[in-house]
Design a protein around this ligand. Structure first.
Ligand code: MTE
Ligand code: HPA
Ligand code: MOS
Length: 764
């Protein structure tokens, strides 16, 4: 067995040696681009005068929609988004023109000289208003199970209410950017900070009007993506390429932070109506919900995000009767997009809200209802799939036991009884997250492995390293199959010439899909090399050979044949030392007309317990602890997996507490800097974080028996919201607090001191 390596970038990252797009050396004479964007959220362009910018110092070109030779279209799922605005403007920040100059500073200065006259139209920033006006991205979608309409009469408790969750800025440390270099024969090489190299290549081919084989996209690593570069890295890459082909010169485009915040979409805000019905014992019989998704001005990934919201709106619970409808609403804000959890968090916030309200009405604690409804082996999800190797109850029971929930609850109750200005709250948050792209077609990946004659190994896959450690995991896979040390294996940049038709690194499936492809390629190489070794060692039929420790082993005993010698022998025998492989997730399928099928390879489970303390005079709060039992499958890199879990939990806490995306009524983003958009810092981190590994969880569908880890722990963060709600309730027991995230300190104060009305009184 190998020892578990640290994240391969760890030392480079902390010593500043890692390269990001903006650190790379560029060809001599590289030009720099800046993007001129709309300063209004909805309207027509009456006139656009770029002449003064063209005449400015150092400017080489100002490109508009008129300069596009192919199609001015970048919509991935629905073709409803131009690269550059033509006549109509649909959001504040929509790109209109690209200014190219000798330096980035000159390009920005010239940009200010562009004159754009517009005619304003009414602006919509509220998804429900968009729905009222019939402005939808696509027809509503419904996932349905059982007979919701007929069971309300059987319910002892029926609650209806509304729940809202807000947007979230990705705030990847590295902003969006690309470098485009023209190549021979009218092609272009694009170095892009993207999660989806093929998405960039495909869209660029369409807009530039050239075949995909003339476009090479290369990605070294991202300084974070979090979904924000799944689709939305594409426009900047194409703009750079457009300019590069136009000027026959390398062009670099890197967005300054504020422009990145203004021009790119975020997590989708949702406003949702729900109705939940239960027996007096707390069994949930029915859930009906309508989600109003704020898609922004174009479809982007919203339809796929909405599907995942519908799939995850029952979280870890078995609910026999469900009708979940999603309405994707077109508003005048930047197109919202993928963000860790991909609509799942919004769906889970809804069911947790519904359970919270039901518990309040029944005068019991939410965790009683949660526990009574957890999924069991073989239970059916509303989308038709059944649970397999279900860990919902096990992770719950282990967390409750390991972290002594009952005594925590008792201690908190005692604290609350003896403190008038400070109140504590506890909440339990189970999660169940499906792994696979909900679009079955996307669940494929490829790997290309070369063994060089010196015995070093090069691995190329479609996976993009964005901090999550996928390259380390892929290297570990190759190392373990070929029996090699870390120094032998290099995971190369992600490049469309070496890995074609890749899916974006997303859906937490990057390591599973690309790792499995690597596993297939390396296994084929190993078998080929062991055949050579068999001859070389003059083995007999019942000898079993294996690779390990850079050597060939016979029947578990080390031989003298070392890896580099074996490779040399194979090379001299003209044995193929390269292998390309494809992996496609088995079993999955989904019927979009019935919204039923088996969309996920497997599910990830876990349970978190939160404790918070609220200062009810100031509205401020602290997260005392988050304690988790999480199902990592058989983790084969616990350091990386723990880092993913802790980082995701922090990001989830940020979404639920302090991160607030606000648009003015005219559609201008108000929170467009770190002074107005607050993200968690070290002071906001829970004082105590304890993430434990659920033991004995096998997962043959994950790489090396592990489970995907990138997104699922994000949703533990929802627990902090309900812990805060419980603390508020301890301060003011007869008020029904709004189900509206984020629970910022400002909102805590408003909620605590607002007069109680008939509508906000707890009725018993
Ligand atoms: N971790 C870091 N450090 N940076 C990131 O950008 N993105 C998250 C997650 N963890 C992200 C991250 C998201 S949204 C996804 S889908 C997964 O990583 C993608 O990588 P994986 O499929 O290899 O897990
Ligand atoms: N998850 C993440 N990203 C995606 C998905 C998904 O299910 N589908 C398309 N892009
Ligand atoms: Mo992650 S939101 O699937 O990039």
């Amino acid at each position: 067995m190998q020892t578990t390596p640290k994240h391969f970038d760890a030392a480079r990252h902390v010593s500043g040696l890692s390269q990001f797009l903006d650190d790379m050396s560029v060809p001599e004479g590289t030009l720099h681009a800046a993007v001129f964007y709309a300063k209004m959220a909805h309207g027509h362009i009456r006139s656009l005068n770029t002449a003064p910018a063209r005449a400015a110092k150092g400017v080489r070109a100002v490109l508009t929609a008129d300069d596009i030779r192919g199609e001015n279209q970048i919509g991935g799922i629905i073709p409803d988004e131009p690269l550059l605005a033509e006549k109509d403007i649909h959001f504040w920040g929509q790109p209109i023109a690209v200014v190219v100059a000798e330096t980035a500073a000159l390009a920005r200065e010239a940009m200010l000289l562009i004159e754009c006259e517009t005619e304003a139209l009414p602006v919509i920033t509220d998804p429900r208003e968009a729905a009222r006006q019939g402005k939808l991205i696509m027809p509503p979608r419904t996932v349905e199970r059982g007979a919701v309409d007929t069971v309300w009469a059987e319910c002892d408790v029926v609650i209806e209410d509304t729940a809202e969750s807000g947007g979230q800025e990705h705030l990847y440390l590295e902003t969006q950017g690309a470098l485009a270099i023209p190549t021979e024969g009218g092609g272009v090489r694009i170095v892009s900070s993207t999660q989806g190299p093929t998405a960039v290549q495909r869209a660029a081919a369409k807009v530039l009007g050239i075949p995909m084989h003339l476009i090479e996209v290369d990605v070294l690593r991202l300084g974070g993506g979090f979904g924000g570069k799944e689709d939305q890295a594409t426009p900047w890459a194409i703009m750079a390429a457009l300019a590069a082909l136009h000027l026959h010169c390398a062009v670099k485009l890197v967005l300054p932070r504020q422009e990145d915040m203004r021009m790119t979409g975020k997590r989708h805000p949702y406003s949702s109506d729900f109705k939940i019905g239960l027996t007096k014992n707390g069994k949930i019989l029915a859930l009906e919900v309508t989600f109003y998704q704020d898609a922004g001005a174009a479809a982007d990934l919203s339809p796929a995000v909405l599907d995942r919201t519908l799939f995850h709106c029952t979280n870890s619970y078995s609910i026999p009767n469900v009708r979940a409808t999603g309405i994707s609403c077109r508003t005048n804000v930047p197109p919202n997009t993928a963000f860790r959890g991909f609509g799942g968090p919004q769906g889970m916030f809804l069911i947790e809200s519904a359970i919270y309200r039901a518990a309040e009405a029944m005068g019991i604690e939410p965790h009683i209802i949660q526990r009574a409804n957890l999924l069991r082996e073989g239970d059916e999800f509303p989308y038709g799939q059944r649970t397999e190797r279900c860990q919902a109850e096990r992770s719950w029971d282990e967390a409750v036991q390991a972290f002594a929930l009952e005594s925590v609850i008792k201690r908190v109750a005692e604290f609350n009884a003896t403190n008038s200005s400070h109140k504590k709250g506890v909440a339990v948050m189970p999660i169940c997250f499906g792994i696979s792209f909900t679009n079955t077609m996307m669940n494929q990946a490829s790997a290309l492995v070369h063994i060089y004659s010196d015995g070093s190994v090069s691995v190329s896959t479609g996976a993009v390293e964005m901090g999550q450690g996928v390259n380390t995991k892929i290297a570990q896979t190759a190392m373990s199959i070929l029996g090699l040390s870390e120094a032998r294996v290099k995971v190369q940049t992600t490049n469309t010439s070496r890995a074609a038709n890749t899916s974006p690194t997303a859906a937490s499936a990057g390591a599973d899909l690309n790792g499995k492809a690597t596993e297939i390629a390396c296994t084929a190489l190993r078998e080929r090399l062991l055949k050579v070794a068999y001859e070389e060692l003059k083995c007999s039929e019942d000898d079993v050979l294996s690779l390990g420790n850079e050597k060939v082993w016979r029947n578990g005993v080390e031989t003298n044949l070392v890896w580099s010698a074996l490779v040399q022998i194979a090379f001299f025998q003209r044995i193929k030392l390269s292998e390309q492989a494809q992996y496609a997730t088995p079993r999955i399928h989904f019927d979009k007309t019935t919204m039923k099928g088996h969309p996920f390879a497997y599910h990830v489970y876990g349970t978190a317990i939160f404790e918070v303390t609220v200062d009810c005079l100031r509205g401020t709060y602290e997260v005392e602890s988050v304690q988790v039992v999480h199902d990592f499958g058989q983790s084969f890199n616990r350091i990386i997996d723990l880092g993913q879990a802790e980082g995701a939990i922090m990001q989830g806490i940020g979404w639920m507490t302090m991160e607030e995306v606000l648009y003015a009524p005219n559609g201008r983003l108000l929170t467009d800097a770190l002074s107005t958009y607050k993200i968690p810092d070290v002071y906001a981190a829970p004082k105590h974080i304890d993430v434990r590994f659920l033991e004995n969880s096998e997962n043959p569908l994950g790489i090396m028996n592990s489970k995907a880890v990138g997104e699922p722990p994000f949703m533990y963060g929802i627990g902090v919201y309900f812990a805060l709600m419980n603390a508020l309730k301890a301060f003011r027991p007869n008020k029904r607090f709004l189900l509206k995230a984020p629970m910022s300190p400002e909102r805590v104060l408003t909620e605590l001191y607002e007069p109680i009305t008939a509508a906000t009184m707890v009725s018993k």
